[in-house]
Design a protein around this ligand. Sequence first.
Ligand code: ARG
Length: 459
Amino acid sequence: MKLWQGRFDAPTAANADLFNDSLPFDKKLWRVDITASIAHAKMLAECNIIALEEMQRIVAGLEAIYSDIENGKLEICGAEDIHSFVENELVSRIGEAGKKLHTARSRNDQVATDFRLYVRESYDAVIKSLGALVTVLVNKAQSNLKFVMPGYTHLRKAQPMCAGHFFNAYAEMFLRDMERSESSKQRMNVMPLGSGALAGTSYPINRNITCSLLGFLRPCENSLDGVSDRDFVAEYLFNASMIAAHLSRLCEDIILYSTEEFGYFEIADAYSTGSSIMPQKKNPDIPELMRGKTGRVYGHLVAILTTIKAIPLAYNKDLQEDKEGLFDAETQILNCLNIMAEMMDSITLKTEKMALAAESEFACATDVADYMAKHGVPFRTAHSVTGKIVRWCIENNRTLQNMTAEEYRGFDGVFGDDIVEIVKAKACADARVSFGGASSYSVKQNVKSIKKRLKKYIK
Ligand code: ARG
């Protein structure tokens, strides 16, 4: 039965029902809907709006519905939405008392409250999965402190760095996502319940009671805003989009670095796929698909921003469109984070290839110029002389590492015999001891700091 049937003579058309109903997707809210209803009933009794005995029957009825759904004894179907389903079921079980549950409440403040409860829990799950991934990344950084790899700009070899620097860079991104999720969770932890349909209520309710029963920080202070605010949905989807972007960047690096051309990483067989025609292929389908999911998550963000952009105050049915995108984004992000943590853990590093690559293509040229500058040559002059050295090497098929000190001195008298040691990739990386730099020393400090910041979120 529809909650609002009284006003109507004729039933709605079957296709209008199909179009209007949200039960097929909002049934996901059943736990939070029942939890919020129990809190509401307790508050009603405490404020003497319903009798104690009625409240007890309502709460017992709701608890029984909860456990029946949980145990698979009660199927969620046959109603317009989850709120109608629970209320209909309650009335059919306990009769008249059940009809009092909706006193001083509207589905408008009910759905806004339910969804916030759902999103709050979802943040906990996302933060947990992010934490697991950051742990894998920072451990990977720690176990690769002694290896070097080339760092890139413009996808051209730029400067050698400690291999751990790469993993920590992603650990920092996902740690930022954890911080962002936590702060969004605090911001959205405000309760709309008690806003009624739009204008509050004339019953002597006490919103602080429901607020503390449901663990909200405070009740919202404007009922019009309370029922129609979906900023928290947009913010969740932005956070999900940012996570997707970080995952996608990591996927891109994994795909590149595991090619024959780069050959720094080996993805475990467990996270690789083959080709139906080319027997030799080992394809990176998993990171490719994960990179592809980004578009879908961004899509949900654009969808909600568009949906809310011209909603007149207060609740309008457009807002029912807030749920499916968030549910899907949540599923995709949690899947991707969990798979990424396992795939990343299984990746092996081809450290010899990485070390060779870190010295090739003149990646140590900055260190030659820096050597000169540290010995009194103005940096701009040192840059130009080093550029000539590089050109000479290219023309004579030589490298910065196989030049003799004498040959260096042919370009400028400032070079001492120590230059041949200075231009080794490991020495170049480890010279970058500046705070946040790529030396193994700095990376080790970064590992310590990441682990410390991570602890705040690991319960
Ligand atoms: N299914 C609705 C939603 O998700 C619940 C609120 C319905 N309120 C209303 N006035 N029709 O938005």
